[in-house]
Design a protein around this ligand. Structure first.
Ligand code: ADE
Ligand code: ZN
Length: 355
């Protein structure tokens, strides 16, 4: 439970601290109010077992039994997204909120297969999201990158077809990386070795990541590193149970994109205090703090920072290190990293004697 206070100075420090988000699914930022508006706009009838109102969503979303229970709602939720404008509106809402939370660089996931299998063309999805990335950069000065995820509950052949469908978007640099998400335990990393190899052969510079060690054990993490050749890991909390893996992550400075409030809402832990965040910090395993599916889990990036602070009571110096680790693990260019690091130092200097 919460052990440390987040006083006014700390609250302001955490908000102003330049943050990078590496683990947020754009479809998971679909707030119930927008969901119902889009359902109306697009004449979509939601299934009768889906919560029928914003209020009913708030109750149901607070009671997910596990990852699969959440995913069953998430895939229904995204079915209201039809036009390029819908994808644009969804992403713009997220970028606006992220900016107000002091998030200056976002690398955002999306699930093309969840749309293509409903008859939406992949270009509709990518063009709507890309337009929002560019608009957010113009309006807020934030930098943003798109990461396409493959759904692991679908066969590798569908993943390979998605890689083909997305080819021109990787070629143009509009899609910057690839990840792997959805139900973890029944679909281990080795099933997707060919998908990752195919994309890497075509685009050696592409960023590679995968969800691993959220519900799956630590072997999902090491196998993602070995077989999928990913350079970072999404979640990765179960890495804590293997000392050799912990040493490997620290030595290679492989970043884990942690999602504390998500882990609570999906019953990975009962409270953020049970997460090994202090262990990762003390063992020099780099991590960033992220929102995952904020519209479903009741918190955006700053809420996650606050939840971590009230459980672990990190000093401003430790927070500076966490922010710098997030910059190091980002896929933006070196100039942007230098700029972000300077901003981190100046916010740290502003607050270090006040807290
Ligand atoms: N898709 C959206 N959120 C996810 C999560 N936390 N784990 C796996 N797949 C997801
Ligand atoms: Zn996720």
């Amino acid at each position: 439970m919460a052990k440390y206070e987040c006083n006014e100075h700390m609250e302001n420090f955490l908000r102003e601290l330049p943050k990078c988000e590496h683990h947020v699914h754009l479809e998971g930022t679909l707030e119930p109010s927008l969901l119902f508006n889009l359902a109306k706009r697009n004449n979509i009838t939601l299934p009768s077992h889906f919560p029928p109102s914003v209020e009913a969503c708030a109750v149901r979303y607070n009671n997910f039994a596990d990852l699969q229970d959440f995913l069953d709602h998430y895939y229904i939720g995204m079915s209201v997204l039809i036009t390029e404008n819908d994808f644009y509106d969804l992403a713009m809402e997220y970028f606006k909120k992220a900016h107000s939370d002091g998030c200056l660089h976002s690398e955002v996931f999306f699930d093309p297969q969840g749309h293509v299998e409903r008859g939406i063309h992949i270009d509709t999805v990518v063009e709507g999201f890309d337009r929002a990335c560019k608009k957010a950069n113009e309006l807020f000065g934030t930098t943003n990158k798109l990461i396409m995820c493959l759904l692991r509950h679908l066969p590798a052949e569908s993943g390979l077809k998605t890689i083909d469908d997305a080819h021109k978007h990787f070629e143009s640099g509009v899609i910057h990386g690839m990840g792997l998400d959805s139900s973890e335990k029944p679909f281990p990393p080795h099933l997707f070795t060919e998908c990752y190899k195919t994309l890497k052969d075509r685009f050696p510079q592409v960023g590679l990541t995968a969800h691993a060690g959220e519900e799956g054990d630590h072997t999902f993490v090491s196998n993602s590193l070995d077989l999928l050749t990913v350079s970072r890991i999404d979640h990765g909390v179960n890495s804590q149970h293997d000392e050799q893996l912990m040493t490997r992550l620290a030595q290679n400075q492989t970043m884990l994109s942690l999602c504390p409030l998500s882990n609570v809402k999906l019953q990975v832990v009962k409270d953020v205090s049970e997460l090994p965040i202090d262990t990762f910090f003390n063992k020099n395993v780099p991590f960033s703090i992220n929102s995952d599916d904020p519209a479903y889990f009741g918190g955006y990036i700053l809420d996650n920072y606050r939840a971590v602070h009230t459980r672990f009571g990190f000093s401003t110096e430790q927070w500076r290190q966490i922010a710098l680790n997030g910059i190091n693990g980002s896929w933006c260019d070196e100039d942007r990293k230098t700029e972000l690091r300077q901003l981190v130092h100046s916010i740290h200097n502003k607050y270090k004697d006040l807290i």
